[in-house]
Design a protein around this ligand. Structure first.
Ligand SMILES: NC(=O)C1=CN([C@@H]2O[C@H](COP(=O)(O)OP(=O)(O)OC[C@H]3O[C@@H](n4cnc5c(N)ncnc54)[C@H](O)[C@@H]3O)[C@@H](O)[C@H]2O)C=CC1
Ligand SMILES: CC(=O)C(=O)O
Ligand SMILES: [Mg+2]
Length: 372
């Protein structure tokens, strides 16, 4: 198969979807890998690293999209890329369709095959291609939150861990999955007073078992959330309903009950955000203030730590990329059911129910495309 790896063009997105090691594995299997000039630069990989691994370097993004049967990327295509995508081309990347209708419409119009990292799902319901970046973003959420709680950056000026004789800050985490768990470890390690809210009792039982004593769990419902936000210094938004738009657990009217200078880091912003007032921001301009509450809503947080994130992401994606390259998307999905929920849009049809629901659009069961 002919595989293309473009350079990411989203703001401060320094990850790359394939490492030279990954390129070598694909080339070894007889595939042709084209990498855009400088695609790996932000992650520490030069064109020469890719060439030595057997890949071919192309000067422009147009050439990469023009030649490739499968595009492997990190972030969803953004407007300048829409016109480059070809009918029947396989796109293997994050999409987060339910949060952005223009992208969904553009991919329908392209008639490409959109296989989304974030909805590839194992039989135990885990999301193997989201997990590594959720681990990064969960850890970063506390670094960012601690930072923006500092007075010069707009926060209320509280140290997460406190000091002897002074109480620590209160950290509220909405959603105790991967992001929430990693955020809790970090906040707890710094000595904060941490509460994780989830709707899954099973998950909270697990968390109660493994977390240190400064992490508590509480059922997530509107009543409890309204109580808890009054005292919170830092709130991390970490809920997920896979493939669907995130529920707004904190609505705009609730912000007035929060402390002035409190910080919200809505990691779930890529699925629309679980705090109503969260709108996607960039690493260049990451925060804004509403009702005295600092909002941090960067949709590609891991892009800022590419040395960690590129390796973590590609460790997880490469085995799937190899299956797709070796067999083509249809046979790969027929033989590995984990790939089936990753299929979101095929040939202009929305084949993932949560995306169709988000836009009240027609849904076509994916089986239509999987039968021989
Ligand atoms: N902004 C960024 O750069 C990044 C964003 N993310 C996003 O972070 C979000 C969370 O991802 P993961 O932790 O991997 O998901 P996950 O599936 O591991 O965890 C989600 C948790 O939310 C819980 N939940 C569902 N409804 C809830 C409710 N009403 N109240 C409280 N909890 C609820 C679930 O029970 C589950 O435990 C996703 O939207 C993901 O795309 C992930 C990585 C990077
Ligand atoms: C998951 C995601 O959106 C990211 O890593 O950027
Ligand atoms: Mg929102």
């Amino acid at each position: 198969m002919i595989i293309g790896v473009p350079k990411e063009i989203k703001n401060n997105e320094n990850r790359v979807a394939l490492t030279p090691a990954g390129a070598k594995e694909l080339v070894k299997r007889g595939h042709t890998v084209y990498v855009q000039h400088n695609a790996g630069e932000g992650s520490g990989f030069t064109d020469a690293h890719y060439t030595l691994a057997g890949a071919l370097v192309l000067a422009s993004i147009e050439e990469v999209y023009g030649v490739a049967e499968m595009i492997i990327k990190v972030k969803e295509p953004i407007e300048p890329e829409y016109k480059l995508i070809k009918e029947g081309q396989l796109l293997f990347t994050y999409f987060h369709f339910a949060s952005y209708e223009p992208l969904t419409k553009a991919m329908i119009a392209s008639k490409a095959v959109c296989l989304a990292y974030e909805t590839v799902e194992k039989t135990d319901r885990s999301l193997p291609l989201l997990v590594p970046m959720s681990e990064v973003a969960g850890r970063m959420a506390i670094q960012k939150g601690a930072n923006y709680l500092e007075k010069p950056l707009g926060g209320r000026g509280i140290l997460l861990g406190g000091v002897p004789g002074v109480l620590p800050a209160k950290v509220l985490i909405l959603g105790g999955g991967i992001v929430g768990t990693q955020a809790a470890w970090m906040a707890a390690g710094l000595g904060a007073d941490v509460t994780i809210m989830d709707v899954s009792l099973q998950r909270m039982r697990y968390l109660a078992d493994v977390m240190p004593a400064n992490v508590k769990t509480m059922m997530s419902n509107e009543y409890n959330i309204r109580e808890m936000i009054k005292d919170a210094d830092l709130i991390v938004g970490a809920v997920l309903i896979p493939g669907a738009k995130a529920p707004h657990l904190i609505t705009q009217d609730m912000l007035k009950d929060m402390k002035q200078g409190a910080v919200v880091v809505d990691v779930a912003v890529d699925q629309g955000g679980c705090i109503e007032t969260c709108k996607p921001t960039t690493h260049e301009n990451p925060t804004y203030v509403i009702e005295g509450v600092v909002h941090y809503c960067v949709a590609n947080m891991p892009g800022a730590v590419p040395y960690t994130s590129t390796l973590a992401l590609t460790n997880a994606t490469l085995p799937y990329a190899i299956q797709l390259a070796d067999k083509g998307w249809k046979k790969a999905a027929q033989e590995n059911p984990e790939l089936i929920p990753g299929l979101n849009i095929i040939n202009g049809d929305i084949v993932f129910e949560g995306v169709a629901q988000a836009f009240n659009a027609p849904y076509v069961p994916v089986n239509k495309y999987l039968e021989d």
